[in-house]
Design a protein around this ligand. Structure first.
Ligand SMILES: C[S@@+](CC[C@H](N)C(=O)[O-])C[C@H]1O[C@@H](n2cnc3c(N)ncnc32)[C@H](O)[C@@H]1O
Length: 327
């Protein structure tokens, strides 16, 4: 099956923007490298090949199934690799006490990978029949079934508009509510049919991808997790430590861009104030003003890379929490 849907993220065998990620992590100041979205560990393997000075890797993933699979690949690694199951929104707790200011580099490769997409029973893809699940962490209590069958038309419309940026959100939400009056919507195919019925023929596939993306973001609270994960990443980075984030759609890239800009700026006083009153100092130095995009060759080789945007920065301020200005 195809797994080049732009909304689905990276995670195939060739890690997306691998060379650029390695560049963003160099020179590595030493200490721990945290791969906050470990997946099958393809990025970690590439980083360990290309970046010197990493003493230990901590690989985090919400998906216990993927970590089990990935763990086997790293048993003989020269650099120790510890795998931790959890949500990166709890980064500080997952790294343990005393982790603040001690991490040399951290990578977020957002979304889900082929490992998850290719398992139709997990319900991430509108292309194959599967149960409406979409939980990255299968111990999570809320699934796509609960959202699709439990939300009101207004809630569904808001979600599809907000996380899918789909302009037919209202009509799609009403169609879902009508369809489930006969019987609950239990599978991906039926949901895809209902959604397709409210999309123009041209752009139907993109519309479907947007709606499935919206449900996945909602089920997994992806944007709140990203906000919290980034914030904690800045806390745990050592001065000179490096952060790299790959986003696959505009909603998550906007979060990364805005947070990075805020932490790079420091002072948040209104421009008309003659002197700074907030006392906040920059915590990050941005590696580049614009996001880094994959080359045409990479996209030709690996279509999943098409929508990827990498943003990277270096931790600069020793001031700690007030340095990045959000307490
Ligand atoms: C695009 S894949 C990463 C692929 C990985 N870079 C590789 O090279 O194999 C994203 C991974 O991040 C995980 N993930 C997404 N959001 C997460 C979160 N909030 N906390 C922890 N893991 C998360 C997903 O379960 C998935 O395995």
């Amino acid at each position: 099956m195809r797994s080049d849907d732009p909304a689905l993220g990276g995670g195939g065998h060739e890690p997306v923007l691998a060379r650029e990620v390695a560049e963003a992590l160099r020179p590595f100041p030493g200490g721990v490298f945290v791969d906050a979205t470990f997946g099958l560990g393809n990025h970690t393997a590439a980083v360990l090949d290309a970046v010197e000075g990493i003493e230990r890797v901590v690989g985090i993933d919400r998906d216990g199934e993927i970590l089990e699979e990935a763990g086997r690949r790293f048993v003989r690694s020269a650099v120790p690799v510890d795998l931790v199951r959890g949500n990166f929104r709890d980064l500080r707790a997952l790294l343990g006490p005393g982790s603040e200011g001690r991490v040399g580099g951290i990578l977020f490769d957002l979304g889900i990978g082929s490992f998850q997409i290719d398992r139709s029973e997990r319900g991430f893809s509108y292309r194959t029949e599967g149960a409406l699940d979409m939980r990255m962490d299968r111990s999570g209590t809320r699934s796509a079934y609960d959202v699709v069958n439990g939300y009101s038309a207004e809630e569904l419309a808001r979600m599809i508009r907000r996380w899918g940026e789909e302009r037919n959100a209202g009509a799609i939400a009403r169609a879902i509510v009508r369809a489930r009056e006969t019987a609950p919507i239990a599978g991906t195919r039926r949901l895809a049919e209902v959604v397709s019925s409210r999309l123009p023929a041209q752009g139907r596939i993109k519309g479907l991808a947007r709606v499935f993306q919206a449900i996945r973001i909602e089920v997994n609270e992806e944007i709140a997790s990203l906000e919290e994960g980034l914030s904690q990443a800045v806390d745990v980075l050592a001065p000179g430590g490096r952060i790299a984030v790959i986003a696959y759609h505009s909603i998550e890239d906007r979060v990364v861009k805005q947070r990075f800009q805020e932490w790079a700026r420091g002072c948040v006083c209104p421009p008309h104030l003659p002197v700074c009153r907030c006392g906040r100092t920059p915590a990050l130095h941005l590696s580049s003003r614009r996001a880094i995009r994959p080359s045409e060759e990479e996209v030709a080789r690996n279509p999943r890379a098409r929508s990827a945007r990498l943003r990277a920065a270096v931790r600069i301020a020793p001031e700690g929490r007030e340095g990045r200005g959000n307490g």
